[in-house]
Design a binder for this molecule. Structure first.
Ligand SMILES: [Zn+2]
Ligand SMILES: [Zn+2]
Ligand SMILES: [Zn+2]
Ligand SMILES: [Zn+2]
Length: 430
């Protein structure tokens, strides 16, 4: 029996229909479901490709039955094409229009192929036992990756007890409650009532919390978070903000952030200072800015690691730790988000420790301790990112992280000896 057949169980209730629970105790990082794609087809935006093998074509060779591009008769006879749109197009006389001047330009006619292939599978058994049966939660306990083999691999991110429901997320976990619920309503047609949505504090992540303008240390939150029209109220002083006013302010800030140059680090720091006056430090808008910044420091012109003073190394560390605090609540465990942030965190930890040691601020022993902390951080990043498909962006990062980890471990092994020598030199020098 395949492991995925015993790891989960499909259940049913009136509220969500079918859902999936753990059929046994699952460890964090356990792959419990591998699903093949329901259909494989051209991307939504694509230049003309062969409808058999999906390679790029000039569009000159056409299928004899339907008149759409293929490499030749053998590709035309592949079931992916022959048993799907080929017969439909031939019967309805839907022709490929070869008026395209540039064969590398996107061909709008192709947008219908993959949806059509999917529609043609309705009623077949592939819809029964699928990844899509996992319900949504704004705090998912699983993550999935799609490999080059078109398979979806689903794994737990945290330990899951037998009988507990397995969740994926259909929305963006770093968005505030009103934005997530709106997105789910518009794209998936349901009102999320998960524990995070129901809690005005969002389980302590405070991604929707606003600073009270009337009192000190009061936090303004939705009175009824599951009501889209809810007013907002301070938890200390009874100050109230109408739903309409709150949404207006949030919209203004959101547009300001969306208009930013993706590489502009300084403007982001300025906006953070500005928004700190009226948002909770963890508010989604501040968190979005901080998330970008923790990726920009060390990477953009004038802020490469070589150019960054200790103060900015500390800033990058602070930003990564901020993101980790939030990720620990909204995407806990072995999530891609935590893997990426841990990866960002290791380098400034190492560089700051080295710099402080060179300035005699750290003892040799303190340097070693800090390097070991960086090693733990990087080792966890490697572990998490290794779940990803090796060809994906995260998978490539995993390889890079693994290489950095080996180097760091070598450095740590050599360190006690080097510290002795360096400390010795300092003694002689002094
Ligand atoms: Zn072909
Ligand atoms: Zn055909
Ligand atoms: Zn929710
Ligand atoms: Zn107040």
């Amino acid at each position: 029996m395949k492991p995925e057949q015993v790891a989960y169980e499909i259940k049913q209730n009136d509220k969500v229909g079918r859902y999936v629970v753990a059929a046994k105790e699952l460890e964090a990082g356990e792959e419990f479901l591998v699903d093949t794609a329901a259909v494989i087809g051209p991307k939504h935006h694509t230049p003309p490709v062969c409808l058999g093998c999906l390679s790029l074509t000039s569009g000159d060779t056409l299928c004899e039955r339907c008149g759409w591009p293929v490499c030749g008769p053998s590709c035309a006879d592949l079931p992916a094409h022959k048993e799907a749109e080929c017969a439909v197009f031939a019967a309805a006389n839907v022709k490929f229009s070869s008026s395209v001047e540039d064969p590398t330009a996107d061909c709008p006619q192709y947008e219908c192929i993959t949806p059509l292939r999917l529609l043609l599978t309705i009623g077949s058994k592939i819809w029964n036992d699928k990844f899509a049966l996992l319900s949504h939660n704004c705090v998912p306990n699983t993550a999935h990756s799609i490999g080059a083999d078109y398979k979806v691999r689903v794994r737990t991110t945290v330990p899951v007890k037998k009988g507990d429901e397995l969740f994926i997320t259909y929305t963006h976990t770093l968005q505030p409650t009103y934005a997530r619920r709106q997105h789910l309503k518009l794209s998936k047609y349901f009102d999320c009532e998960c524990a995070r949505c129901a809690d005005p504090e969002e389980l302590g992540s405070n991604l929707s919390t606003i600073k009270c303008p009337k009192c000190e240390w009061g936090w303004v939150r939705a009175e009824k978070p599951l009501d889209d029209a809810s007013d907002y109220k301070c938890h200390k002083c009874e100050y109230k903000m109408s739903n309409a006013d709150t949404m207006k302010v949030m919209g203004v800030i959101q547009r300001e952030i969306e208009a930013l140059d993706p590489a502009d680090l300084e403007v982001r720091e300025q906006l953070i200072k500005k928004y700190h006056a009226f948002l909770h430090p963890k508010h989604a808008h501040l968190t979005a800015l901080k998330h970008s910044l923790c990726q920009l420091y060390g990477r953009v012109a004038e802020y490469t690691f070589e150019e960054m003073p200790d103060l900015l190394m500390e800033r990058k560390i602070e930003l990564c730790k901020h993101m980790l605090q939030i990720a620990d609540i909204v995407q806990p465990g072995y999530s891609r988000l935590r893997g990426m942030i841990l990866y960002e965190l290791h380098a400034p930890l190492i560089m700051l420790a080295r710099s402080l040691y060179q300035q005699d601020v750290l003892t040799g022993f303190a340097l070693l301790t800090r390097m070991q902390e960086a090693e733990r951080v990087l080792a966890e990043a490697v572990h998490i990112l290794s779940f990803e498909d090796p060809d994906s962006m995260e998978g490539q990062l995993a390889a890079q992280a693994r290489f950095s980890l080996e180097q760091l471990q070598q450095t740590i092994i050599m360190l006690p000896q080097q510290i002795d020598i360096m400390d010795g030199e300092q003694h002689i020098g002094g």
